[in-house]
Design a protein around this ligand. Structure first.
Ligand SMILES: [Zn+2]
Length: 489
């Protein structure tokens, strides 16, 4: 999601995707599968014809011919390639260029582009064209509440569980097939929210500090876990009616044995076998087992996302600003517990904290509220939230110390509760200091001095820079004028 905020009237342009399920009859003759296949073929042809070179200085360059070079209108065997909207190929070209660019920029992280395979995720993307033309909505548009028009493909029957935002323009659509064989379409909307008035930043604002917890997802500054928080907020929001409120679970761990059993069943099957006349025959049981395993994993992910979406909505509704720590989930997932002990990867990934913070950010922005990010170098665990005493050096709390006991004021509290209180205090400080400088816009607020690298990307620091530039410009023009007066009288 991209967002831009303008300081004056708080008009926010939001780019947001909604993912809809394609109905069962929405894919006649496997038109989506065929289109994805054509895209894959074209991508691989373009990649095959790409000339790459690494020069003596180690700079990676590439030259990719565009898709029209591979569309032969005369070739009768390839007429199927012409039945697909050309936007699909154009986007495949864009994807390939991006893959090369990524590799050139960061070869350690991104390898050389790989051929698209049928066994990986099937998908294709189209950009909307002719917006404001004959049809104001463009070539890709809703025909009614459940039919999406795609050029050349036609009307696709979609289960539209939610109406598009008012005044939204469709920017692009991405069709993708999940591992269990269901087709989905992500419709990317761009729309403007105006008329929201962000609450003025005063001491009356209601804030909450959230500390990440491996076991409970989070602990807030009142010591509530994610499970207690959702129950309390849902009861307050729906007058005590808790129907449909999900509970926090270790979703993956609960289903782990079942997933393992399904995986074993799959491992015992073969995808194809040779018939009597030597022609390979696809095994139905193999694909059935594969879909069952994929469905089981999908279910786990869906339950997790449902919980996170509902919790983030309740938190965004109930509070004016939310303070969280800026964590590297990748680093935490790699960290091992104890000496040579097991790693925290499974628990960390099962929580979905990163996705939760992303949801919070989006929802708070839409409501004109603030997500305050506290630096990861802020010692939230090592500080006493009562007297401010800080553990240093050898006295530092280890990950296994679950209780914080202060030697100065004698307070004994849960370690995560203490951290959450510290995060709230520090987040409040950041919000007020950014507000006094005029940099607190709805959405993400953070200390501009957090990281050198991210400073350059941050809007607030860019503004800082502009202010400096403005002063330099004013001063230099004043000097020029003054010199002019001195010389020419
Ligand atoms: Zn203390």
């Amino acid at each position: 999601m991209a967002d831009t905020t303008s300081a004056g009237d708080y008009r926010i342009t939001i780019t947001k995707s909604e993912k809809y399920r394609v109905a069962r009859d929405g894919n006649p003759d496997n038109i989506l599968g065929r289109t994805a296949g054509c895209r894959r073929l074209m991508y691989n042809r373009m990649l095959n014809a790409t000339k790459t070179r690494t020069n003596k200085k180690g700079k990676y360059t590439w030259n990719t011919p565009n898709y029209p070079a591979f569309l032969d209108k005369e070739n009768e065997n390839e007429t199927y390639l012409l039945e697909v909207p050309k936007q699909v190929y154009a986007q495949a070209f864009v994807d390939l260029q991006r893959a090369h660019q990524n590799h050139a920029n960061n070869p350690k992280h991104y390898g050389t582009p790989k051929y698209a395979s049928k066994n990986r995720r099937e998908s294709f993307r189209l950009c909307n064209t002719n917006i404001g033309g004959k049809h104001a909505e463009g070539d890709i548009r809703w025909l009614d509440s459940s039919h999406l028009r795609i050029p050349k493909i036609g009307a696709i029957h979609v289960i539209r569980h939610r109406n598009p935002p008012a005044g939204a323009i469709i920017k692009n659509v991405t069709f993708s097939m999940s591992a269990s064989g269901k087709w989905f379409v992500s419709v990317c909307y761009s729309y403007e929210i105006s008329g929201i008035t962000p609450a003025p930043i005063t001491k009356n604002l209601k804030g909450i500090g959230l500390d990440y917890s491996s076991q409970h997802l989070l602990i807030d500054n009142q010591g509530r876990t994610a499970d207690q928080l959702i129950i309390e907020l849902a009861a307050a929001a729906h007058n005590g009616n808790l129907k449909g409120t999900p509970r926090y679970k270790h979703w993956y761990r609960e289903n782990e044995s079942l997933i393992a059993r399904r995986a074993r069943e799959l491992a015992r099957k073969r995808d194809s076998f040779a018939s009597k006349d030597g022609v390979p025959v696809q095994s139905k049981n193999y694909w059935r087992a594969k879909a069952t395993l994929a469905r089981r994993k999908e279910e786990v992910a869906n339950r997790r996302r449902d919980f996170l979406e509902k919790l983030s909505t309740l938190v965004a509704d109930a509070y004016d600003f939310v303070c969280v720590e800026h964590l590297s989930m990748k680093q935490i997932a790699r960290r091992s517990k104890g000496r040579g002990g097991y790693k925290l990867g499974k628990s960390t990934c099962d929580n979905g904290w990163g996705a939760f913070v992303g949801m919070l950010r989006r929802k708070l922005l839409e409501r004109g509220k603030y997500l305050v990010r506290v630096s990861r170098f802020f010692p939230s665990t090592q500080l006493c939230h009562v007297c401010g005493h800080r553990f240093r050096g050898a006295d530092k709390l280890a990950l296994s110390d679950r209780v914080f006991s202060c030697p100065v004021c004698g307070c004994v509290v849960d370690r995560d509760l203490n951290a959450a209180c510290n995060i709230l205090v520090e987040g409040t400080r950041i919000l007020f200091s950014q507000s006094s400088r005029g940099f607190a816009f709805p959405g993400l607020v953070w200390d501009g001095r957090e990281f050198g690298r991210e400073q350059a990307r941050s809007g607030s620091v860019a503004l800082d820079f502009c202010v400096v530039c403005w002063w330099v410009c004013c001063f230099s023009s004043f000097l020029v004028k003054w010199a002019f007066f001195v010389v020419f009288g």
